[in-house]
Design a protein around this ligand. Structure first.
Ligand SMILES: O=C(O)C1=C[C@@H](OP(=O)(O)O)[C@@H](O)[C@H](O)C1
Ligand SMILES: C=C(OP(=O)(O)O)C(=O)O
Length: 440
């Protein structure tokens, strides 16, 4: 096999010559965009997504829905803002879906395909074969779907849809991914009997993302019972019913705001993120607390978030189980702190884009760091770091994490920075533009 040159290309991560002072317009949330696409496709009437994220993961989701017959047209407003107009249709195969390495596509789309009439083949990047999918496959079978995965319990697979799905009660172990729960809930209003999902595993990661699913279902008229509003623990119920089409402006992706906020923390500078929502289910909102504890300060106004570093970076002992996708950049900041950190509750990160606990340990230590893996996270003891290659393993958040270290350490080269296209295709330009505005 010939290497893709983009995968081995090295990007010299720019160092900061002083405190950053920048306003960073962060594109739309991946998690909100991909949920909104699915809900719009399953609705009883057309809907609009304004300022959607355009990145590999969301383009793959749009292509998957189009392959099943859904209309998605793009328009651009006078202010340059993009809108995706979604016209639901009778879902049908035969179709093929490329999930890339998008957890949201590989988990959220099989239930949609089970509602289609005809067969739908799912395939993706090599890493997608290793990411857990058994929770969705086994649950869909219990709910009435026919799935051919040749006994693998993972991709590639074919869903043989009949145009409807019975639905009903199902038990799943979602300890490896909250997306199993979200996937079943999102399509459930279209199941004949809706769904009752009971999580029976030891732990459930990324609760913030399950809240996002419940919130967005309710916004389009679905009836949802869930533990946090008086329901039974670990049980979610969605009633069958028609969904409204919605005109929705997508919030900025707060997890993608994270490296820019980290730049303010690391350089003792200031970063403004316009349109930071006053109320949100995005896990990135927790950064206001986490990065404050690590030495910054925040002001949230109706214009957005202003985040200021103090010039000091403190270590932190934090359970990130609810907000696991924030781990790589927190680890990068922790490696530059004035004291040790313990990041816990994130064992499931071993099954993300790459094994993030192993990758962070290897790459930070490769620059002279002192990181050890624990059963469910990382111990990080700051040490003077040196330059070198920071490998990214096709993981967008490894690339942004390495770039944060590069601000403070000369000679850090990020391998395959283009992998940020998964959720933030403009990252390298946004990063250098931010650094263009420094106070020396
Ligand atoms: O539902 C979602 O949009 C997501 C849920 C989380 O997945 P896991 O529960 O698999 O960690 C998160 O890490 C991922 O980036 C996005
Ligand atoms: C885990 C992530 O992505 P995915 O949606 O592919 O699970 C992530 O973006 O950090």
């Amino acid at each position: 096999m010939t290497e893709n040159p983009a995968h081995t290309a090295l990007w010299p991560a720019p160092t900061a010559s002083g405190a950053v002072d920048a306003t960073v317009h962060v594109p739309g949330s991946k998690s909100v965009t991909n949920r909104a696409l699915v809900l719009a496709a399953l609705a009883a009437e057309p809907g609009v997504l304004r300022r959607p994220l355009r990145s590999r993961d969301t383009v793959l989701m749009a292509a998957a829905l189009r392959a099943l017959g859904v209309g998605i047209e793009q328009t651009t407003g006078p202010d340059g803002a993009e809108a995706w107009h979604v016209t639901p249709a009778d879902l049908r195969g035969p179709a093929t879906v490329d999930v890339g390495n998008a957890g949201t596509v590989m988990r959220f789309m099989p239930p949609v395909a089970a509602l289609a009439d005809g067969q739908v083949r799912f395939d993706g990047d090599p890493r997608s074969y290793e990411r857990p999918l058994h929770g969705v496959i086994d649950a869909l079978r219990v709910l009435g779907a026919e799935i051919d995965d040749e006994g693998r319990g993972s991709l590639p697979l074919t869903v043989h849809g009949t145009g409807s799905l019975k639905g009903g009660r199902v038990e799943i172990d979602a300890s490896s991914s909250s997306q199993f729960v979200s996937a079943l809930l999102l399509s459930a209003p279209r199941f004949e009997e809706g769904v009752e999902v009971r999580h029976v595993g030891s732990s459930l990661p990324s609760m913030a993302h399950i809240r996002m699913t419940v919130d967005m279902l309710r916004e389009v008229g679905a009836q949802v019972e869930e533990p946090e509003s008086g329901g039974e623990p670990d049980v979610w119920k969605v009633a069958p019913g028609a969904l409204r089409g919605r005109d929705l402006t997508i919030e900025p992706d707060l997890s993608n705001a994270q490296p820019f906020m980290a730049a303010a923390l690391v350089t003792g500078g200031r970063v403004s993120i316009p349109d930071w929502p006053a109320r949100t289910t995005q896990p990135g909102d927790k950064l206001r607390d986490i990065f404050t504890e690590m030495g910054g300060s925040c002001e949230l106004t109706d214009k957005g978030l202003e985040f200021t570093g103090s010039g000091k970076i403190h270590g932190i002992d934090v359970d990130l189980s609810e907000v696991g996708e924030l781990t790589p950049v927190i680890a990068a900041v922790a490696a530059l702190a004035d004291g040790p950190s313990t990041l816990r509750g994130v064992a499931h990160l071993r099954l993300h884009e790459t094994d993030r606990l192993a990758a962070l340990t290897k790459e930070i230590n490769g620059l002279g760091g002192d990181v050890t893996e624990t059963a469910d996270g990382l111990h990080i003891r700051p040490r003077a770091l040196h330059g070198g290659t920071f490998h990214t393993y096709d993981d967008h958040r490894m690339a942004t994490a390495g770039s944060v270290i590069g601000l403070a350490v000369d000679g850090v080269q990020i391998e395959n920075v283009a992998t940020t296209a998964k959720t933030l295709p403009d990252f390298p330009d946004m990063w250098t533009t931010m650094l263009g505005n420094q106070q020396g």
